[in-house]
Design a protein around this ligand. Structure first.
Ligand code: 5AD
Ligand code: SF4
Length: 446
């Protein structure tokens, strides 16, 4: 979602004369779009800011200014502190208020021209009543074949380890018509695959257009978008197990353009830990959903998120997670050591798990997940699958595309195939990618 937001910020500033630079040294404005999900991500902000400050100082020597803005969830959560620790930062802007950047820039110009106002950054971290989406211009600089499209934002779930409900705010679903228009605009500019984004994307419950015609679920929205002729592939991320519904399952059964791949985080395989995490479902419930989806779409592949070392996690709890993984067989997964986040209920618990135990558990978990990932990739060797080519590879004559199951696929093929979905036979698999040969050659008319 930060990638999507960064692109929208660039679009917003374009009418003011800004263009993207290759390096921060040359920039009149640097926006650091930040993540707050784990401590490591958040800490990076200060080291990055230190680097950017040097560029700002250098520019000052040449009588040039550089506006430094910090955006994203760390800005939302720690805005005041950032301004205190890094007093050279000019703007703090949260994920729901970045549409105000043009007005903020005008304010900065006024401030710098008056000596009194200089030296104090602007803090814009409200959750405004207006939706930022109503203020974002149409994307113009579209390159490539795939794109993200935000359809839902925020979260009302309040898992006890997570900062998202505090930084992104309450759940909100964009109207169908706005999403459809944005998707058509992307497709017109050459996009062939769209990934619909939302922190709880399958909790999507939109109206057709501003308050009119309620009752649009994610499944119904996907069906509607699948009518766009040149749009070849649809994906969505991230789903919550509790929100999986029949429309979503049926979409995987019925809509060919919807890719057979689902990212469905469970976090832990232990019911005791799931309860402590406030996840509101059990491991068996999760397995039942997986079954239903596999019945609807037999080749569907699953990925998930796992947290090891949640406060109070015992060896038995951890073994339950390993058992669940054995049971499901994931095509890929993300796994993290639990990271205490300020203000979240889990960070205040006494029985934090020691770092060495977290490290050991993460290694065991990842060993199993990597084994499953490799086995899944190897299961495709010798099979025919459609691959959407996205770009040229590092080697001469090489193209890179994606399988329906989100793996990168490498092939020797003509650049004319970029943007096309081509039948390929898979010849080789590694843990992170596939290699294949194009089966159906282009038809030539003389
Ligand atoms: N510590 C570790 N991982 C976390 N995640 C969210 N909050 C934390 C935390 N405090 C992980 C979850 C989530 C993913 C986006 O990040 O697994 O699904
Ligand atoms: Fe965070 Fe996802 Fe839980 Fe919401 S559902 S609180 S975004 S982990």
């Amino acid at each position: 979602m930060n990638v999507y937001d960064s692109e929208r910020m660039a679009d917003l500033l374009k009418p003011l004369g800004f263009i993207i630079t290759e390096t921060p040294e040359a920039a009149d404005m640097v926006i650091l779009n930040t993540c707050h999900i784990r401590e490591k991500a958040s800490e990076k902000v200060y080291s990055e800011l230190g680097r950017i400050r040097e560029y700002k100082e250098e520019r000052k020597l040449n009588n040039q200014n550089m506006v430094i803005a910090v955006a994203g969830c760390t800005a939302q959560a720690e805005g005041e502190e950032i301004l205190k620790r890094a007093n050279y930062v000019d703007v703090i802007v949260g994920p729901q208020s970045y549409h105000r950047l043009p007005q903020i820039l005008a304010e900065i110009e006024r401030k710098t021209s008056s000596v009194k106002g200089a030296g104090r950054g602007i803090l814009e971290i409200d959750f405004p009543v207006e939706s930022k989406f109503d203020f974002l211009p149409e994307a113009t600089d579209i390159v490539g074949v795939t794109s993200f499209l935000s359809i839902q934002e925020g979260c009302d779930k309040f898992c006890h380890f997570c900062v998202v409900p505090y930084t992104r705010g309450a759940e909100y679903s964009r109207p169908v018509q706005d999403i459809y228009e944005e998707a058509c605009g992307l497709v017109e500019k050459g996009i062939r695959e769209i990934t619909l984004l939302g922190q709880n994307v399958n909790a999507y419950h939109g109206t057709f257009s501003n308050g009119q015609e309620e009752g649009w679920s994610l499944g119904k929205l996907i069906k509607y978008l699948s009518n766009i002729p040149e749009l070849q592939r649809i994906r969505y991320v991230t789903s919550h197990p509790v929100d999986v519904n029949q429309d979503q399952i049926n979409a995987h059964r019925d809509i060919e353009k919807l890719m057979p791949y689902l990212h469905l985080p469970i976090q832990s395989g232990s019911d005791r830990i799931l309860k402590l995490m406030n996840r509101k479902h059990t491991a068996v419930y999760y397995l039942e959903i997986i079954e239903k989806l596999r019945t609807a779409r037999p080749d569907i592949a699953f990925s998930s998120d796992f947290i090891v070392g949640y406060p109070g996690e015992t060896n038995t709890d951890f073994e339950d997670t390993l058992k669940l993984i054995e049971n499901v067989n994931f095509a890929s997964a993300y796994s993290f050591k639990y990271s205490p986040r300020p203000g979240t209920p889990a960070s205040m618990l006494d029985d934090q798990v020691p770092e060495e135990v977290k490290t050991e558990r993460l290694m065991r978990l990842q060993e199993l997940l990597f084994k499953q990932q490799l086995a899944f990739n190897e299961s495709l060797v010798g099979k025919r699958i459609p691959v959407l080519f996205e770009k040229t590879g590092r080697h001469e004559g090489q193209l890179v595309g994606r399988s329906p199951y989100l793996q990168s696929v490498y092939a020797e093929a003509s650049t004319r195939l970029i943007g096309k979905c081509v039948e390929m036979v898979i010849t080789k698999a590694s843990q992170n990618s596939l290699t294949g040969a194009v089966v159906i050659q282009e038809k030539i008319a003389v």
